[in-house]
Design a protein around this ligand. Structure first.
Ligand SMILES: Nc1ncnc2c1ncn2[C@@H]1O[C@H](COP(=O)(O)OP(=O)(O)O)[C@@H](O)[C@H]1O
Ligand SMILES: [Mg+2]
Length: 268
């Protein structure tokens, strides 16, 4: 019998509600290096949350806590109410991470890169795998790349393949680490549109780490700004177009002063 679900999944009619994420007073040290400092944050089910911040501010480390690749020194991370540091959580919530560099296997075709997860987890028959893989490629307009090696594709296409590979896992939570880095502005806009489309059509929760201002301001429901391991603010994009805080303003709209260059200040 057909039931009406709040959430649609691109690959099945199975109910797969988008999930929320919480961080409660999370701190992370690597030896004496304090990378995350008392971070508390809630990501709502179905929202696009973009975490911005300069290089080295702790964005990737924070993201790894959500998928359980890093454990907090203190504090707690939960996904859909489950402890993110418990390996069992990954069996309860479907999370897919799109790595910064794509992490694709060049020795495998695009098709086999996407099929790998499904084969390893024996999720479907080869016919079922084929259907899921081709559907994901179609969503990202990559049908013609199925037989190619990722190394033969452009940077933008490789990013799309990495997103497609995450999508075949039928995620409730998609995490992206710098999805537009190294892309030209047009391709960055395409990737931003893809993230927004996946959220709208399939209502996954999206956690995006990026220092791409236009991505954050165009697709985020809320933006968090991380600097030096502290979460300075969480605000809807509209509130960040003209930030009052000078530190946040300088990060989002850096002022270039050739008469008083900041790299000279750093040297002194
Ligand atoms: N596994 C690790 N061991 C030690 N230091 C780390 C580790 N991972 C990240 N760091 C350090 O944590 C800081 C934040 O890194 P990261 O989260 O990758 O920054 P970004 O905001 O650029 O993603 C950096 O100083 C980095 O060198
Ligand atoms: Mg990073």
């Amino acid at each position: 019998m057909e039931t009406c679900h709040q959430t649609r999944n691109p690959f099945s009619d199975a109910e797969s509600p988008a999930v929320g994420v919480t961080l409660e007073h999370v701190s992370k040290n690597f030896g004496s290096l304090m990378v995350l400092k008392d971070i508390s944050l809630t990501v709502e089910p179905g929202e696009i949350f973009v975490l911005m911040g300069p290089s080295g501010s702790g964005k990737s480390v924070l993201l790894k806590h959500i998928v359980g690749l890093e454990l907090p020194t203190s504090g707690k991370v939960t996904v859909a109410g489950h402890d993110a540091s418990d390996p069992a959580t990954r069996g309860k919530v479907r999370m897919a991470l799109v790595f910064q560099a794509g992490a694709l296997f060049n020795s495998l075709s695009v098709y086999d890169n996407l099929a790998l997860y499904l084969r390893e987890h024996r999720i479907a028959t080869e016919a079922g795998i084929r259907e899921k893989v081709m559907r994901a490629l179609q969503i990202l307009s990559l049908e013609n790349t199925a037989r190619k090696s990722p190394s033969d594709l452009s940077g933008g296409m490789r990013k799309r393949v990495a997103i497609a590979r995450a999508l075949v896992q039928e995620p409730q939570l998609m995490l992206y680490d710098e999805p537009t880095s190294e892309l030209d502005p047009v391709m960055s806009a395409t990737i931003s549109e893809i993230i927004a489309t996946l959220k709208d059509e399939y209502r996954v929760t999206s956690f995006v780490v990026s220092h791409d201002r236009s991505l954050a301001l165009s697709i985020a429901n809320r933006v968090g700004i991380l600097m030096g391991g502290r979460l300075l603010t969480v605000a809807p994009p509209a509130e960040l177009r003209d930030p009052q805080d000078p530190v946040i303003a300088d990060f989002l709209n850096p002022h270039i002063d050739v008469k008083n260059p900041r790299f000279k200040q750093l040297e002194s």
